[in-house]
Design a protein around this ligand. Structure first.
Ligand SMILES: Cc1cc2nc3c(=O)[nH]c(=O)nc-3n(C[C@H](O)[C@H](O)[C@H](O)COP(=O)(O)OP(=O)(O)OC[C@H]3O[C@@H](n4cnc5c(N)ncnc54)[C@H](O)[C@@H]3O)c2cc1C
Length: 304
C-alpha cells in the first residue's frame, strides 16, 4: 500500500481524500457507470478541494506538490471503481505537464488556473484509426496559413475526448521529413475551433464512465500561437512525458488487481460447494497464493 516515500503529510492527504470520496464518489459510481459519464460537478468538487493538477506550481494557482500526491490520487480514485482515475489523472498528471513544461507564459496563464479548478477538462490526442503504438506513423497534418494552422485528420480512443475544453493534438507540421518523427508537433485545439468536431463516444468492455471518443479535424483553423513548444519537437516531448503516463497507468491497474483480489477472497470464503466454502479446496488456495504473489511483485515494482 505504501512506499517509504510517503510522509505523514501524504498519509493525511490520503485520509482526507478518502473521506471526500466516500461522500462524493462511492455512492454514485454505479450510477455514473450506467449513465456512462462522470458529471462535471464532480470535477468541480475535486477542483474546489485542491485535488486536480496537484503538481502545478503556485505561480499558476497550483499547490506545487510532489508526485506522491498524484500517486495517492490515482490510487484512491481508482479504488472507487475501475476507470474513475483514468480521465481525471490523464487531465491532471498527463496533459497538464505538457502545458506547464512546454507552454509560453501566456499559454500557462490561459489554461492552467482553470484546469486546476475543474472549469477546463483537457485531453491528449495521439492515436489514430491507423496509428497507435507506431506513433511516428500518424497522418494528421497541420500547415501554416497566415496566423493559423489548418489541421486535417482523425483521432480515436481519446480519453476525455467528448468533454474536453482543449486537446493537445499530435500532428505532422512537416509530413515530408525523414525520419518522420522529426516532423511532429503538438498543437492545442480549443473546443469551439471551427472545423473541430467530436465523433462517436466509444463503447468499451468496462470503464464505462470514462469518456473515450473520436475527434475529427476538417480544415480546423487553430491560431498559430497555440503551438506548444517548438515545431518539429513534438515527438521528443512525448518521449519525455510518456514515462509518467506509463507509471500512472501501472498504478491504476495495480489498484484494480488488488481490489479484484480482495473481492475474490471474500467470494471464495462465502461461496459454498460440496458442503464447504470453496476457499477450503486446496486448488483455490494454490490459485490465490499465485495471484497474491504476482500482485505483490507489481506493487514492489511500482514502489521501486
Ligand atoms: C481506454 C483507452 C484509453 C485511451 N486513451 C487514449 C488517449 O487519451 N489518447 C491517445 O492518444 N490514445 C489513447 N488510447 C489509445 C492507446 O494509446 C492505443 O490503443 C495504444 O497506443 C495501442 O495502439 P493501437 O490500439 O492502435 O494498437 P496497435 O498499435 O495497432 O497494436 C495492436 C497489437 O499489436 C502489437 N504490436 C504493435 N507493435 C508491435 C511491435 N513492434 N512488436 C510486437 N507487437 C506489436 C500491440 O502490442 C497490440 O497487441 C487509449 C486506449 C484505450 C483502450
Amino acid at each position: 500500500m505504501s512506499g517509504d516515500f510517503f510522509s505523514e503529510e501524504h498519509n493525511m492527504f490520503r485520509r482526507t481524500l478518502r473521506k471526500m470520496l466516500e461522500k462524493e464518489a462511492y455512492p454514485y459510481f454505479e450510477e455514473w457507470e450506467r449513465k456512462r459519464e462522470v458529471p462535471r460537478a464532480f470535477w468541480s468538487k475535486l477542483g474546489e478541494q485542491g485535488y486536480l493538477c496537484p503538481m502545478v506550481s503556485e505561480t499558476y494557482s497550483g499547490l506545487g506538490l510532489d508526485f506522491g500526491y498524484s500517486m495517492i490520487l490515482a490510487e484512491e480514485l481508482e479504488r472507487v471503481g475501475a476507470g474513475l482515475a483514468s480521465g481525471i489523472v490523464l487531465h491532471s498528471d498527463i496533459v497538464i505537464p505538457y502545458i506547464e513544461q512546454y507552454g509560453t507564459e501566456e499559454q500557462k496563464k490561459r489554461w492552467l488556473p482553470k484546469s486546476i479548478t475543474g472549469e477546463f477538462i483537457s485531453a491528449i490526442a495521439m492515436t489514430e484509426p491507423g496509428a497507435g503504438s507506431d506513433l511516428a506513423g500518424i497522418q494528421t497534418t497541420a500547415y501554416l496559413e497566415g496566423d493559423f494552422y489548418i489541421l486535417n485528420g482523425e483521432k480515436t480512443f481519446i480519453t476525455n475526448g467528448i468533454n474536453a475544453d482543449f486537446v493537445v493534438v499530435v500532428c505532422k507540421t512537416n509530413p515530408n521529413v525523414n525520419p518522420s518523427h522529426r516532423g511532429i508537433s503538438l498543437i492545442v485545439v480549443e473546443k469551439d475551433t471551427p472545423g473541430f468536431k467530436r465523433g462517436k463516444k466509444l463503447n468499451k468492455i468496462g470503464m464505462h464512465s470514462s469518456d473515450t471518443g473520436e475527434l475529427i479535424f476538417e480544415d480546423a483553423k487553430v491560431p498559430a500561437e497555440n503551438l506548444l513548444g517548438e515545431e518539429g519537437k513534438g515527438f521528443y516531448y512525448l518521449m519525455d512525458k510518456l514515462q509518467q503516463e506509463r507509471l500512472l497507468v501501472a498504478i491504476e491497474v495495480q489498484v484494480e488487481a488488488e481490489e479484484m483480489f480482495r473481492i475474490t477472497k471474500e467470494y471464495v470464503k462465502s461461496r459454498k460447494a460440496f458442503n464447504r466454502s470453496i476457499a477450503d479446496f486446496q486448488n483455490t488456495q494454490f490459485k490465490l497464493a499465485e495471484m497474491a504473489t504476482e500482485i505483490d511483485i507489481g506493487r514492489n515494482y511500482i514502489i521501486h
